[in-house]
Design a protein around this ligand. Structure first.
Ligand code: ADP
Length: 790
């Protein structure tokens, strides 16, 4: 029982009892026995929904009780704030919680005062690179979903980060939470940790395959669920669960499928709702609509009115939590979801249907079956302890052969073993530079010794491959001037340090530097320098300079406070005597969009033609050699980057979010994702340009600011004022208030009129812009002509 664990802070047991946790689940008890609350490192390999979070909490709370500090590493950014909210209930017991969400290049020293810090592995990695002062005060680190070290893209970061944290702090307690995998013992060996491996679940799970008119379960039993002609399997199963009073979670393989499936299931659910439910759902739909006025918001609300919803990483987080809560409260009867967040979000359901067990995979070049581990994690969401007699997870098949295959492949199968992906070149490129830059190693031998403390080394027991890849990577880093070698010693160059601190993939940095250098060289314009790939690219014409306006750029400098040093430096770079190379925003957006740090938009059917045309129209703006149409893959990539760049350019031209989602077939969450990534990459580009003393620094900063605020150039000054934002900036501008100075000097009534009579907002804005007396007492709204016209 929690009450019998002396290491916990007083009151914690009562709090848990209040939540219905009177006694520990068996795997939790095993963990405590293994020394979890006494600072022992532990790997817990336990099924989904079997109480891993409490294992983590017991470890963190007892570490804090001993005067320590804990870090909780989440696999996805979308989960960080959810975990934070969950842990905040401990604030009552004097425990403070912080989530690290800042830029990659900041060290967020304020977190030093927090007892529990929540962050993604990428964020922790960057904090280590930036020498955050509190890292060496950590006494307990939790790695959630540690089996993701197997992930080709993100796994190596988690792996290296854990290795670094353990090296900085040799006594560190590491608690690694994993789905049930066969080789969790290897992870425990790597981390010098105890192992709790368990198949125990709080509620029984039956897995089965629906085929014909019945579900065939793994225990040999059958349940009749007939599918009539007009119906599909999923509809029949959803209806059947509802008739039993249960809810269903349907997993599909894409966002679009999630949305269309939710729409269809609405038909099944709606017929079975009573009037009270309908009224409550109406209210929920209204709430959803009020979060944002996008098409996704509308579509979601339409579904919700019928008692169904979709759920994917493209949803706004407010939407996500509304949907999850309503599903938990049994108001929503069906969620159609993509598996992205399946592991992290606690939404148990009577029945889970896995409609799609294959997903399109670009690298694979077709539909690829999901991993057993992924399928098992989705299945794990079936069954609500205390509410259902058991959970049911059902796969769908159209013929007997597929049914046999599904049993073999998933129902009877064990999850794949977790394998380190560290020896892949892109992973080592990033991590070796960081390891050198932050001083963990300064020789080839030192690097290899560091790598020896990774899961990869534990698993292979042979460093042959690691040392070969290490050599390849060191050559690459040296060729790009990110490191210097002198005898045995390896050092990061200035630019190398910058790249590591900015958290860039060195390959992204190299691409950006090449692109910016191309612009530098291009302005003198001699044919030799561009060689065979010669294109027309006039040096910036005078009118262009005028419209793009250095005037507004330097205006902008005046009011920015955060990074004044770089700005003055940058300013002195401007050479007044000749027209500087001036990359266009679109050119810069394209440049950052083609780096490996940006997930490009896919080309859909018809896109190739559209973007090929746009490509030739803007040929002169690209920063780098455009591949020819015959270089198939390279050209296709170029076009995807262009599509992404056009989305960014639309955003920075004040195109409505709704219009953007339509035009590019993305969700509002995606726009935000792309915008944030571009903001970060352009900020990095600005710093690189500054370090290299390129004349394009200001153009880069301006392009960045436009992305940051989502506005055209003339609004940059205004949009930077807190609480103004892109829409209000435009309204102010149309009322003749064009700058911060105007905002300080224009008659207050006019400002109030431009802001549509919103007094509170107007006062806040006037205060933020530093107006002496921001109060609107006795001020009446004045409508200006332009405002009236608008
Ligand atoms: P996991 O992280 O393993 O997927 P969670 O930690 O989300 O699972 O736990 C699933 C649910 O079980 C949560 O709602 C949690 O409150 C509940 N729970 C955890 N431990 C216990 C316990 N010992 N007794 C009762 N309920 C528990």
């Amino acid at each position: 029982k929690p009450a019998e664990i002396p290491e916990l802070p007083p009151g914690v047991d009562d709090q848990l009892a209040g939540e219905g946790i009177e006694s520990l689940y068996p795997p939790q008890a095993e963990a405590v026995e293994a020394g979890l609350t006494k600072g022992e490192s532990l790997v817990a390999s336990v099924p989904t929904a079997s109480g891993k979070t409490l294992i983590a909490e017991l470890a963190m709370l007892s570490a804090i009780q001993r005067g320590g500090k804990a870090l909780y590493i989440v696999p996805l950014r979308a989960l960080a704030s959810e975990k934070k909210t969950e842990f905040e209930r401990w604030e009552e017991y004097g425990i403070s919680v912080g989530v690290s969400t800042g830029n990659y290049e900041s060290s967020e020293e304020w977190l030093a005062s927090r007892d529990i810090i929540v962050a993604t592995s990428e964020k922790v990695d960057s904090l280590v690179r930036n020498n955050a002062g509190w890292i060496d005060q950590l006494s307990c680190v939790v790695a959630d979903e540690v089996h993701l070290v197997d992930d080709r893209n993100r796994g190596p970061t988690l792996e290296v980060t854990l290795a670094k944290l353990r090296r900085i702090n040799p006594g560190l307690q590491v608690v690694a939470l994993s789905a049930t995998v066969g080789n969790a013992g290897e992870i425990a060996d790597w981390l010098d940790a105890e192992l709790v491996h368990s198949e125990w679940r709080p509620i029984d799970l039956r897995m089965g395959v629906h085929f014909g008119n019945a579900i065939n379960f793994d225990d040999g039993s059958q349940r009749e669920v007939p599918v009539d002609r007009s119906q599909r399997q999923t509809e029949a199963l959803v209806g059947d669960t509802l008739d039993e009073g249960g809810s269903t979670l349907v997993f599909v393989n894409s966002r679009r499928n999630a949305e269309s499936a939710a729409k269809r299931q609405g038909g099944v659910v709606e017929r079975r709702l009573d009037d009270d439910e309908k009224a409550e759902l109406q209210d929920l739909a209204e709430e959803i609509r009020s979060v944002s006025d996008t098409e996704t918001s509308d579509d979601l609300a339409d579904c919700v009115e019928n008692g169904s919803a979709f759920h994917h990483a493209g949803l706004a987080s407010e939407h996500r939590s509304l949907v999850e809560d309503a599903f938990r409260d049994r108001l929503l009867k069906v969620i159609c979801a993509t598996p992205t967040l399946a592991a992290g979000v606690n939404t148990p359901s009577r029945r889970v249907i896995i409609r799609d067990w294959r997903r399109y995979d670009g690298e694979f070049g077709g539909m690829k079956p999901l991993d057993v581990l992924e399928i098992h994690q989705m299945c794990g969401r079936a069954g609500r302890p205390g509410l259902d007699p058991y959970g049911e997870a059902v796969l769908l098949s159209k013929d007997a052969d597929t049914m046999d295959e599904l049993f073999e492949r998933y129902v009877w199968a064990d999850p794949e073993p977790v394998r380190s992906k560290l020896a892949a070149e892109p992973a080592l490129r990033t991590h070796l530079l960081a390891t050198i830059s932050s001083g963990f190693a300064n020789s080839r031998e030192g690097l290899l010794e560091f790598l020896d403390a990774t899961l990869y080394a534990t698993q292979t027991g042979d460093d042959g491959r690691l040392s070969t890849v290490t050599d390849t990577v060191l050559d690459y880093l040296e060729a790009n001037d990110f490191i210097e070698r002198e005898d045995e010693t390896i050092r990061a160059t200035n630019i190398g340090h910058t790249v590591s601190r900015l958290y860039l993939d060195p390959m992204s940095a190299a691409e950006i530097i090449d692109g910016l250098r191309y612009a530098e060289e291009d302005r003198g314009k001699d044919e030799q320098s561009t060689g065979e790939s010669h294109r027309e690219r006039p040096a910036a014409e005078p009118e262009k300079v005028e419209t793009d306006g250095f005037v507004s750029a330097s205006d902008l400098v005046g009011d920015e406070t955060e990074d004044e040093t770089t700005e003055t430096e940058a300013e002195s770079d401007v050479d007044e005597t000749q027209p500087p190379a001036r990359p266009t925003p679109l050119g810069l957006y394209h440049l950052v969009s083609r780096t490996p740090d940006m997930y490009e938009l896919y080309l859909k059917s018809g896109d190739r033609e559209t973007y090929t045309e746009i490509c030739y129209e803007h040929e002169a703006e690209f920063l780098g050699r455009m591949p020819s149409e015959y270089e198939d893959v390279a050209f296709e990539d170029w076009l995807s980057a262009l599509k992404t760049a056009k989305l960014l350019d639309d955003w920075a031209s004040e195109v409505d979010e709704d219009r953007i989602t339509e035009r590019y077939g993305v969700g509002p969450g995606d726009i935000r994702g792309k915008v944030e990534t571009a903001d970060w990459l352009l900020g990095a580009a600005e710093q690189l340009a500054g370090t290299l003393e390129f004349s394009s620094t200001i153009a880069v900063r301006e392009a960045k600011k436009r992305i940051e605020y989502g506005v055209r150039e003339e609004l940059l000054d205004l949009a930077g004022v807190r609480n103004v934002g892109r829409k209000r900036a435009r309204r102010l501008f149309e009322a003749g208030i064009e700058s911060r100075a105007d905002l300080r000097n224009t008659e207050k009534g006019v400002v109030l009129g431009a802001l549509r009579g919103r007094r509170k907002t107007t006062e806040t804005i006037l205060e933020n812009v530093g107006r002496e007396d921001p109060s609107l007492d006795g001020v009446d709204e004045v409508e200006t002509e332009t405002a009236a016209v608008a």
